[in-house]
Design a protein around this ligand. Sequence first.
Ligand code: GDP
Length: 164
Amino acid sequence: MLEEDMEVAIKVVVVGNGAVGKSSMIQRYCKGIFTKDYKKTIGVDFLERQIQVNGEDVRLMLWDTAGQEEFDAITKAYYRGENTIESFKAIPTWKEKVVTEVGDIPTVLVQNKIDLLDDSCIKNEEAEALAKKLKVRFYRASVKEDLNVSEVFKYLADKYLQKL
Ligand code: GDP
């Protein structure tokens, strides 16, 4: 059991190809806003938010991985407008990279921008099958419409606390 007044701080890394919405997701969750391009003005390494999970105070520090050395090889592939298929194909590599660099930490797979869903998008079953193969929980989200964003981080915090 944790002391009542103790706060748990959890570092969360958000990885994925460029333009999938990582920074937007962090911004949405920590500041409650959505913009088309805020990146130029963010100017900090991480944003944080405090929540309560099962009565515990938890401070989540959300790191955007762009520019972090250990993720450089993949972020070099970054460019705006990169297509959905490319970012989907890169997921197993991202997962591997996380395990290698950080270890076997609680992980989720998020399909963002579901407000833009059309026929060119990865099918739900395909995304779910990948999540199952990678043994991670799968969420469909829209940072723009604030759909499932807080659920993702709550789940991760909960998983983390269970491991303590
Ligand atoms: P990052 O490179 O992964 O950090 O991606 P960004 O956060 O910079 O987002 C790339 C673009 O996608 C920006 O123009 C965002 O406004 C947009 N975007 C992010 N999330 C969503 C979403 O859920 N729906 C829509 N329609 N656009 C989004």
